[in-house]
Design a binder for this molecule. Structure first.
Ligand SMILES: [Zn+2]
Ligand SMILES: [Zn+2]
Length: 146
């Protein structure tokens, strides 16, 4: 299990850095990185222990992604002050604050999942696609809805 930011897809890394910085600058949210990339074996182990519920976790190497070819599209972050609480105080308002910051960056927040809410979890939305720089030839008139 990795906690390294370099194991995040470059499509996700800038948002995560901004979320951590925003938390420190004025949102009174000191975020710690819990988990970035997981190996398939580690995910099997998490399933067996009941702390994860999906075989398609975006923490697994996203080999189909042309941008990262096998890095994580998800990150788990936790407010440092909750780590000493039982079960990380799942009802704390600090989680909502983390969710707000994540959604403001266009990420999907696990705290909104109906079946197994996972308030530490942020991920690239499945429909996310990188801006296509080849779409308009340079010098062509800009068409914002293209
Ligand atoms: Zn990727
Ligand atoms: Zn997660």
């Amino acid at each position: 299990m990795s906690r390294a930011l370099v194991d995040l897809c470059p499509l996700l890394l800038p948002q995560v850095c901004r979320i951590i910085a925003a938390g420190q600058q004025g949102h009174a949210l000191d975020l710690r990185i819990i988990d970035t990339l997981r190996s398939p074996l580690e995910q099997e182990d998490n399933l067996a222990r009941g702390v994860s519920w999906t075989k398609n976790s975006l923490h697994l190497p996203q080999k189909e992604c042309p941008e990262c070819k096998g890095l994580s599209h998800a990150v788990d972050l936790a407010p440092r002050e909750l780590l000493s609480h039982k079960l990380w105080a799942p009802r704390s308002q600090l989680w909502e604050r983390l969710g707000d910051l994540g959604e403001r960056e266009g990420l999907e927040w696990g705290g909104n999942w109906p079946n197994h809410p996972d308030p530490a979890h942020l991920q690239l939305p499945p429909w996310y696609s990188p801006p296509d720089a080849t779409e308009a030839p340079p010098g062509s008139s800009s068409n914002p809805v293209a």
